[in-house]
Write a protein that binds this ligand. Sequence first.
Ligand code: SF4
Length: 101
Amino acid sequence: MKLTVIDQALDEKVSKTPVGMAFWAGTGPAMTTCRTCLHYTFNGYKSARGNKGGMLKAGPCKEFIRLTNVDTHKIPHETPSCKFYKENKTPPTIIDSRKDR
Ligand code: SF4
């Protein structure tokens, strides 16, 4: 059953914001994502071929955990950043480029 949308702007924010974000997606600096934020927690790579070439897994946001004391949500790395964004000068790569481990 589809409910009537009363506030279109709020409905769009909710639909674009995964549970676990510290604030609405898309309210951070332009063209930035959670992956390059200092609050984003590296959570490893999904295994592809053997131990290399895997894609970055979703990870928890430390700012969300600090605000809510809930640590069970992981957000996709490509999510547009929020207003609590802080640049990470050495973010994890999207694809695991490490050689054999
Ligand atoms: S931009 Fe940073 S603070 Fe905001 S939800 Fe993503 S990881 Fe958390």
